[in-house]
Ligand binder design. Structure first.
Ligand code: 13P
Length: 301
């Protein structure tokens, strides 16, 4: 079976970004997988620690068990998203046992998020996780710079973040980071922000982000590995399409489908109807915004 790192490397060569759909609720897994299959596409299914701590994903084992009921490895693979060393509430996390357990279980790629550490500590933590992942033939994603938005409390106005470049991934640091950690994929901050997951903002429309494409292209040049775009919901589309031509090979999509699921559930109090809404919206995203219908054949030849 083709390794997920090989699949994402191929996507990079073909200027395709593979969507990674977050599953904050277990019943979202089946309709998302079905939508990917019906669109002849390829995606990752992913869960972040914050989604089992603060929404309904329960835990990495529960997600794994639901995933293997529906999995089709030529269409979907399972990824462990953000396991932070310091979390969105500024608390230290015992991150290694979570990552080790997921790798033992069968997650094929994992993300260690050391972005709230200084450079040296982020390098140390990432290098260790990359070693563990590679021993299991799995891939390691890391983050450098700050993709904001998961923290409780309002963000500074979006235009201020974009204009100041606050938290953007530093090019020189990115070069050093990738060389020293041996990570497979790097999450970069280039104007993208996460949709809010707590408080009143979680149900609101996300601010429409823009991306600094020149900065991205410099990051891609020096790192020469697949780059990951977090906060993939609701970015102004012309910027998104340029990002895919400039090194983004994986795009994380959370808010779009979480809000769809929650709104449908609230309206009808029916999980089946909420699953239908997720299925339809996922198909629309694949064929429309992310433009990845039919990529399954390109990737697997
Ligand atoms: P959005 O919720 O903004 O789509 O971001 C998802 C994400 O980046 C998860 O890691």
């Amino acid at each position: 079976m083709e390794k997920v790192s090989e699949i994402i490397n191929k996507a990079r060569k073909m200027n395709i970004a593979i969507p990674a759909f977050n599953v904050p609720y277990l019943p979202m897994i089946e309709p998302i997988i079905q939508a990917v299959i019906d669109e002849d596409s390829f995606s990752l299914i992913e869960v972040a620690r914050v989604e089992w701590m603060k929404t309904g994903a329960k835990g990495p084992r529960e997600v794994y068990e639901e995933f293997i009921k529906w999995e089709k490895p030529n269409y979907v693979r399972l990824h462990l998203d953000h396991v932070p060393v310091i979390d969105e509430d500024n608390k230290r996390v015992d991150y290694l046992p979570i990552i080790k357990e997921a790798l033992e279980m069968g997650y094929e790629s994992v993300m260690v998020d050391g972005s709230r550490l200084d450079l040296e500590a982020n390098i140390q933590a990432t290098r260790r996780v990359a070693e563990l992942a590679h021993k299991k033939d799995a891939a390691c994603e890391a983050e450098l710079g700050a993709v904001m938005g998961h923290e409780p409390g309002p963000l500074p106005p979006y235009e201020e973040i974009f204009a100041s470049g606050k938290g953007f991934t530093d090019v020189k640091e990115a070069e050093i980071f990738v060389a020293q950690t041996n990570c497979d994929w790097l999450s970069v901050a280039i104007g993208n922000i996460h949709g809010a997951i707590s408080g009143a903002l979680r149900n609101k429309k996300k601010p429409e982000a823009r991306l600094d494409i020149k900065h991205l292209s410099r990051l891609s040049e020096v790192t020469r590995i697949p780059l990951v775009l977090h906060g993939g919901s609701g970015i102004a589309r012309e910027y998104y399409l340029e990002a895919v031509k400039n090194g983004i090979s994986k795009v994380n999509v959370g808010t779009e489908l979480r809000q769809t699921y929650e709104a449908a559930l609230q309206e009808d109090n029916s999980i089946a109807k909420a699953q239908d809404a997720v299925y339809n919206h996922t198909r629309n995203l694949i064929s429309g915004y992310y433009n990845v219908s039919g990529i399954q054949k390109k990737i697997f030849g």
